[in-house]
Design a protein around this ligand. Structure first.
Ligand code: ZN
Length: 319
């Protein structure tokens, strides 16, 4: 499968910004002697978000070094391998926007269309199928991301009680409704598959602190889904404190009410200084584009303000 991948590691001139990943999506796994849950943690669906991959590598190294007893199976996956190696958000298309039913049907009926992300997606679909084929119980999935803005990290949940409960257990604010505002995310697909799935936006791209945050959330995920006893996690209390400190003073649960979509020709530019989950007022100027000022349509909290060149979501407002 990897023979089709168009970019070789480290020979590419952009590879200095990338992260070391192998030819397979599986970063590693731990299988317990006792039966139990299946928990999959994925990272790097966006190639400019290496923090999650680094966090998972740390966790796997620790579990291997201590030979920690686990229950069930924990699998760590890397998403967009080609893009991770280059440090780019994507090569041809955003891998985290093509998991809606229509796109998946097209992939199946038309096959690969020469886009690097079609290959990545097809490989991931096969990997998920293989991993879950013989698993009878719930499949837990945590998808690790980072954001272009500074500000409070959060869990991306959906409307289900199950998903909300999981978000609360991961100690960060839960944001519901993003999966409806952003069609085609992995979360949308795997929720539809019946997984107990959430995503996390764990800090700013390239901030070493984001690796610590995503590592802390991932350890919590392994504990709350029953893979690990908490005594097996190094300094769990400190990790939980890190997450609680990030969430302090923020609303615990926010629902997305508005998305400001952008196209390249809009010339969209956020005003500097907005932080994720910062409170904004209706009418407040948030950005500029070729038509002039872009204002908040309502009171609420700004989510994922866009401070990178690639991306179609200018910002979201939740309340
Ligand atoms: Zn992302």
């Amino acid at each position: 499968m990897s023979a089709h991948r168009p970019f070789a590691p480290s020979t590419n001139t952009m590879a200095r910004e990338g992260v070391e990943v192998g030819p397979q999506h599986q970063i590693g796994e731990r299988q317990g002697a006792l039966p139990g849950p299946l928990t999959i943690i994925s990272a790097g669906m966006h190639g400019n978000e290496p923090a999650g991959v680094l966090a998972l590598q740390r966790i796997l190294a620790h579990l291997q070094a201590t030979d920690a007893p686990i229950r069930g199976r924990f699998v760590a996956l890397a998403g967009n391998i080609s893009a991770l190696r280059c440090g780019l958000r994507y090569i041809d298309r955003d891998l985290n926007r093509q998991w809606d039913r229509g796109s998946l049907d097209r992939l199946q009926s038309e096959g690969l269309r020469g886009y690097a992300e079609d290959i990545e997606q097809q490989e991931l679909l096969q990997d998920f199928e293989t991993l879950t084929r013989h698993h009878l119980g719930t499949v837990n999935l945590l998808d690790l991301h980072t954001m272009s803005a500074k500000g409070v990290p959060f869990i991306v949940t959906c409307d289900s009680q199950d998903s909300r409960t999981l978000a609360n257990q991961l100690l960060l604010p839960g944001i519901a409704g993003l999966e409806k505002a952003i069609p085609g995310t992995t979360l949308e697909h795997f929720l539809a598959q019946g997984y107990r799935a959430v995503a996390v936006e764990g800090g700013q791209h390239r901030d070493p602190r984001a690796v610590d945050l995503l590592e802390a959330v991932s350890w919590r995920m392994l504990v709350v889904t029953g893979i690990l006893d908490q005594s097996q996690v190094p300094d769990l209390a400190a990790k939980e404190q890190l997450l609680l400190a990030e969430a302090a003073g923020s609303p615990q649960h926010v629902v997305v009410r508005y998305r400001h979509g952008v196209a390249p020709e809009d010339g969209f530019e956020m005003l500097p200084g907005f932080r994720n989950l910062q409170a904004v007022r209706a009418g407040q100027v948030l950005a500029r584009d070729r038509s002039g000022e872009v204002v908040a349509p309502q009171d609420g909290f700004i989510l994922l303000p866009l401070y990178q060149k690639s991306g179609n979501d200018g910002f979201f407002i939740g309340s």
